[in-house]
Unconditional design. Structure first.
Length: 272
């Protein structure tokens, strides 16, 4: 199969490819195998860091030739076959203390990442909630920047109880860094902070360009606000039945079933 004939399917994880039990059903797994056996590319496109995406990929027994992982909302693209990054960017190091200080002023949990750990000055309920699913090791320190050897792929601000407080923080932060960074919600509790040049949509365009696949041969499926850019960028944008209304509004198709009832299986088979 020529590269121009191949297709790429980009998948969000939580609420999309994964069930609420954080697994993939046998029918959807079989559809993925048929899609990739036909010579097409499989890509996880997630807000999670690459190490967490790898853990999901390996933990679920995914083993598809031509697999890629786009992590931290498009700031990192990793080739599973080659075991290397093909693209990487991050939050400028000089902005990290600015964001952390503003988070402290607004009594907002905020953390970031280095190559091996979640790095934060704040531990507690929000971190415990986050790490129920994300098993990356945790490093708590008074000096976050000291633990970073390169620009971190993203930062995340978490608030479990007071949405107004979180939104006030987002607005205040946007006034300071909004020209350089994107601030958007990946769930009702998680405010994602990452470079403007990243984003899930730009990851779709970048990987298609790297692989020489026409954009019209790309598919993307998601359910949350941070998935909108990739649904808009892809040749075909797929919203889950359980997706937010704003996501459904920009999609080309909405699945008949939700993520717990093989909502993607027929779409994947139809993309072959």
């Amino acid at each position: 199969m020529k590269r121009l004939d191949r297709k790429i399917f980009f998948f969000d994880l939580d609420g999309t490819l994964l069930t609420t039990k954080k697994d993939i059903s046998p029918r959807t797994m079989d559809a993925l195998k048929k899609f990739t056996d036909a010579g097409n590319y499989f890509c996880i496109n997630t807000g999670r860091a690459i190490d967490s995406a790898k853990a999901v990929y390996r933990g679920l027994g995914l083993n598809f030739k031509g697999s890629f992982l786009c992590g931290c909302n498009g700031t990192e693209i990793y080739s599973v076959d080659e075991e290397k990054y093909v693209y990487k960017t991050g939050v400028p190091l000089e902005l990290v203390p600015v964001i952390m200080d503003m988070a402290k002023e607004h009594d907002m949990h905020c953390h970031t990442y280095n190559d091996t750990h979640i790095v934060t000055a704040m531990n507690g309920e929000c971190m415990e909630y986050y790490r129920r699913v994300i098993k990356t090791p945790l490093l708590v320190t008074d000096d976050v920047v000291k633990e970073l050897t390169s620009p971190p792929p993203k930062m995340i601000a978490i608030e479990l109880h007071d949405k107004a407080k979180q939104e006030n923080f987002r607005k205040a932060l946007d006034e300071v860094v909004g020209d350089k960074l994107t601030l958007l919600y990946s769930s009702p509790y998680y405010l994602e902070i990452f470079p403007k040049e990243a984003g899930k949509g730009n990851a779709v365009k970048r990987l298609a360009d790297i692989l020489g696949v026409p954009i019209e041969n790309t598919y993307a499926a998601g359910d949350e606000e941070n998935d909108i850019s990739m649904l808009e960028a892809a040749g075909a944008g797929v919203a889950m039945l359980n997706a937010k209304d704003a996501v459904k509004k920009v999609s080309d198709v909405v699945t008949t079933f939700d993520n717990d009832h093989d909502g993607l299986a027929d779409i994947i088979l139809g993309a072959i």
